[in-house]
Structure formats: structure tokens, C-alpha cells
Design a protein. Structure first.
Length: 280
């Protein structure tokens, strides 16, 4: 099967540009075919075993399964992270959050990542801030297993723990241990935004990592903020990835519980996406 035939199979789901990009990604990542190889027709020269594997991958892609799950990896901040159904695929916006944190030049200290998923934030910070002691929490067994595997493979010193941010026991602050930096990319998509989302997201990525509560769409921010104002050291920083629809509400809540120097930043698309706050 030719390259053109392959990407045309995906056009019922994606525009031509995205379909081509997905097929090129698969051919490069799994079969080591460069764009030059593709243009020279080497797709048709794959071995019978590789052709069989490629066909299986194409069938999965035709069902709108994200290419990252099909390949088993996703790029994040220049590193490859293992991903699978059960963990959110790392987004470019979340990489921007890490870049924002690192641009503030945090010193080594105790860092907590709440809702770690694949571990992309915690592992990136652990590798980029030598000497930091990074802990990562998640409710999901699957996420913790994948995150732990990623940390081992990338040689990142991260301690993983199973915690539920909505469990009341989550707020039992242990005064013998506190944090210098807390970061979270919690579930924040409003249920009414579901109709605007693609089948590749809705059918495959974990709903618990995507959607906020319909009754209280900022509940995770409130609970994490409540914990952070108690457990951060003086001068400690809290970072969030935000839904632009609720950014102002999150800011107001954090002000009401005592956070200061709150700064909301835009992402590359000009949307209110990140928040930084300080405990004085």
C-alpha cells in the first residue's frame, strides 16, 4: 500500500494535512522511514511482517484511536513518554506549564505534582531541577504504573503515591512535611464542551482525567488550593493549568483563601491557561 493510499484512509476523520502527518509519524517512529524514503516509495518495500503490523495500526487509526496510543509513546518537553489508554496524552499546553515553572528558576526543594497521569510534569521537573525532591499523586492504578515505568526508563527520581484529591482525608495536613512548589493539571473540561471534542479524545482518553464536575467545575482547584494554602512553605508557589472558562473563578477562590501575587498567563493561542500563586 502506498503512502497516498494510507493517508487517504484517514481523511474521513481528519483533514488531509493531519492525516498525512499521522501516517508520516507512524512510518517514521515504527518503521524508521524518513520523508525522503516515503517519497521514494519505500513504503511498498516493507517486509511482509511490517506490512501486517502497519495494517493493524491503520485499522486502529481508522477507528479514531489516537496515534500516541497506537505507537505507545508521546513526546513531551523533548522526551518520549510511554502512554496507553488509561492516562491522558500529554498536551503542548502542559509542556508550556513546565516551561513557565522552569523559567521561574525554582531552586531545589520539595515539589508535588497532583494528578500526575503519565508522570510527564513530575518527571520533567525532576530531571530539569537537580536536587529537587519530587512527589507525584494520582488516583489511578494504571496511571501510577505507567508513570512509574516512565520515571524508571528516564532515570527520574520521583516518588509516586496513590491519592484521591476529592477524598476528605487528602486534606489531613502533616505538619512534619511541607512543599516548596505544588503543580496540578486537574480535570477541567466542562461537560457542555463535550460536543466540541473529537471522537479520538472522547472514545479513548480517560474521562476522569478530562472532565470537571457539572455541579462545581472548579472543585479540584478548590480542594487543591485548600491543601496548598496549608502545606506550602512560606513563599511557596502553586501552579495550575486552567480552563479559560473558569480561570477567573479559580483566581477569585484562591484570593479568598489567602493566596497572593496571583498571575494568570496565556498559552500560545492567547487563552488564559496558566495560573501562578504565592503563599506569603
Amino acid at each position: 500500500m502506498t503512502y497516498e493510499q494510507l493517508w487517504h484512509r484517514l481523511t474521513p476523520l481528519y483533514d488531509a494535512g493531519e492525516a498525512k502527518a499521522i501516517v508520516r509519524w507512524v512510518l517514521d517512529a515504527r518503521f524508521s522511514l524518513s520523508m525522503t524514503d516515503i517519497l521514494c516509495g519505500k513504503v511498498t518495500e516493507l517486509s511482509s511482517n511490517d506490512q501486517t503490523e502497519l495494517e493493524k495500526m491503520m485499522v486502529r487509526l481508522e477507528k479514531a484511536e489516537p496515534v500516541q496510543y497506537v505507537l505507545g509513546t508521546a513526546e513531551f518537553c523533548g522526551r518520549q513518554f510511554q502512554v496507553a489508554p488509561g492516562v491522558l496524552i500529554p498536551r503542548p499546553e502542559t509542556a508550556e506549564l513546565c516551561e513557565l515553572i522552569l523559567s521561574d528558576r525554582p531552586e531545589e526543594g520539595n515539589i508535588l505534582d497532583i494528578g500526575t497521569g503519565s508522570g510527564c510534569i513530575a518527571i520533567t521537573l525532576a530531571l530539569e531541577i537537580p536536587g529537587a525532591k519530587v512527589t507525584a499523586w494520582d488516583i489511578s492504578d494504571t496511571a501510577l504504573r505507567i508513570a512509574s515505568d516512565n520515571a524508571k526508563r528516564l532515570n527520574a527520581p520521583v516518588q509516586f503515591e496513590q491519592r484521591d484529591a476529592l477524598d476528605s482525608s487528602f486534606f489531613m495536613f502533616n505538619s512534619s512535611f511541607s512543599w516548596d512548589l505544588i503543580v496540578s493539571n486537574p480535570p477541567y473540561i466542562a461537560p457542555q464542551e463535550r460536543d466540541e471534542m473529537g471522537k479520538n479524545v472522547l472514545d479513548y482518553e480517560p474521562e476522569t482525567a478530562l472532565f470537571a464536575s457539572e455541579d462545581n467545575p472548579i472543585i479540584f482547584y478548590e480542594r487543591i488550593g485548600d491543601y496548598a494554602i496549608k502545606s506550602l512553605n512560606s513563599g511557596g508557589l502553586l501552579y495550575f493549568e486552567l480552563n479559560p472558562l473558569t480561570a477567573d473563578a479559580v483566581e477569585s477562590y484562591l484570593k479568598s483563601i489567602g493566596f497572593q501575587d496571583i498571575d494568570i498567563r496565556q498559552d500560545q493561542f492567547g487563552k488564559q491557561r496558566f495560573l501562578k500563586a504565592k503563599k506569603i
